[in-house]
Design a protein around this ligand. Structure first.
Ligand code: ASP
Ligand code: MG
Length: 459
């Protein structure tokens, strides 16, 4: 069995849904289990609808018919009637009426509203697949075992989910191609939850792990993981194989192809994940393996703009126990996640994304340390299994950046790490990425990595 997950743009138009169904049909001999996102833009529309219903600024009927029209613009062109989604449309209208009547919008209700995107897209895709001769059937993930905690907005699965999925999928009639909602689950009390924005990838990985799939395919609108962001480096190219470790570093540090959490269930189950382009089916995409056997190479360069550097300096740190504990306890208390860390005897520097408010945290830190916050910074990550084994990489990085006149303000690399992190000013980061890409990729001919494992897994 393979899990095939299709993102919002892949189900965004009638034409792309035709392609999706073609891809699924082509994979029929491998027992496809399909996971879909909402039609692109629909989750945002639904969240806006909930707020509008709360503010009572627009008529609920008007909002609902706009959302219905967005779906019928796609479904109609596929020759499907509105009855395909009428149940969901009616329920959405009820929920929005409830919000406007009570004048209250909780996270729990927000998740209920957000769930309709995937619930409607899965019905449309399944109906069209049936029309095209496949024995497809739409399912809500929670009817196939997806049980979560009550952390509405970014729920986490319960351990029993894996068992529950395996046993409910085993009961499906043979030959059925399930088309399952990404992004959503349900608590044990029966309340609908969401796994966080972009959570459909995570759904796919959870099903992949629970069903011991031979492969999890993430079908998106780019060719896979690239050596750098092609908007910054036009000659960037697709990487054919990366390790799980590299992929999660890349995802975390700004490569937008994969939801970072996707990596976990797949890694635990040692299931290969392949990122593929719905709009370019002849590409081989990027294969993510638990252990990439490729060594001695840099895989990709990624960057994240809009970060702060927080420098925490304390003479008291000298020979003291517990200073770091003190510092990081406060990051925990203020729920500010740390990306990169560098320490010396009396100094700790960390990077934090700008979207987190650090003012309260900084006040507290100032009670026992000198603190400075540098804004308009960017973190840059050079990722590759080769970082641990390739001598002289560090030297080449500093020399190429030095030659380009780029000042490196902080570096971080731990023992056995596949990731070297640097901080530079936000305005110099694009130039830094280009210079490093030129240094590490200019001389390499395509493909970036050998295709051996890719071919045997693809079958
Ligand atoms: N539809 C959800 C979102 O827009 C989940 C996903 O697309 O993965 O965030
Ligand atoms: Mg996505």
């Amino acid at each position: 069995m393979i899990v095939m997950k299709f993102g919002g743009t892949s189900v965004g138009t009638a034409e792309s849904i035709r392609r999706v169904v073609d891809r699924v049909r082509a994979a029929r001999s491998r027992n496809p289990f399909v996971v879909v996102s909402a039609i692109s833009g629909v989750t945002d529309m639904l969240l806006a609808a909930a707020r509008e219903a709360l503010g009572r600024k627009a008529s609920v009927k008007g909002i609902v018919s706009e959302i219905e029209a967005r779906h019928m613009a796609v479904a109609g062109k596929l020759g499907l009637g509105s009855s395909i989604i009428s149940g969901e449309v009616a329920e959405l209208e009820h929920v929005l009426f409830g919000i406007s009547l009570v004048g209250e919008l909780t996270l729990r209700t927000t998740d209920h509203v957000a769930s309709f995107g995937e619930r409607m897209s899965s019905r449309i895709v399944a109906a069209f697949a049936r029309k095209s001769g496949l024995k497809a059937e739409a399912f809500n993930a929670y009817d196939l075992g997806m049980v979560t905690d009550k952390n509405f907005g970014s729920a986490e699965i319960l351990p029993k989910t894996f068992e529950a999925i395996a046993s409910s999928v085993a009961k499906l009639p043979s030959g059925v191609v399930p088309v399952v909602t990404g992004f959503i689950g349900r608590t044990e009390d029966g309340d609908i939850t969401t796994l966080g924005r972009g959570g459909s990838d995570y759904t796919a990985a959870i099903y992949g792990a629970a069903l011991k799939a031979e492969e999890i395919q993430i079908w998106t609108d780019v060719d896979g993981i690239m050596t750098a962001d092609p908007r910054i480096v036009p000659e960037a190219r697709t990487v054919s194989i990366v390790s799980f470790e590299e992929a999660s570093e890349l995802a975390y540090f700004g490569a937008k192809v994969l939801h970072p959490k996707t990596i976990l269930p797949a890694m635990n189950g040692n299931i290969p994940v392949r990122v593929l382009n719905t709009f370019n089916p002849s590409g081989t995409g990027t294969l993510i393996l638990k252990n990439s056997t490729e060594k001695g190479e840099i895989t990709a360069i990624t960057c994240k703009k809009g970060v702060y550097v927080i420098n925490i300096n304390s003479a008291r740190m000298l020979m003291a126990y517990g200073f770091l504990h003190h510092v990081f306890r406060l990051f925990d208390e203020f729920k500010v996640p740390v990306d990169m860390i560098a320490t010396s005897e009396v100094n700790v520097s960390v990077t934090v994304e700008k979207r987190f408010d650090v003012s309260g945290l900084v006040e507290k830190l100032k009670e026992f340390a000198a603190v400075t916050v540098l804004a308009d910074r960017a973190s840059l990550c050079i990722v590759g299994e080769g970082i641990k084994s390739m001598p002289g990489v560090g030297g080449r990085i500093s020399s190429v950046l030095g030659k380009s006149g780029i000042n490196v303000e902080m570096t971080s690399q731990s023992h056995n790490d596949v990731n070297m992190g640097l901080v530079v000013s936000e305005k110099s980061v694009d130039g830094a990425v280009r210079a490093l890409h030129g240094e590490f990729f200019a001389s390499v001919k395509q493909p970036v990595k050998r295709q051996s494992a890719a071919i045997s897994v693809r079958g």
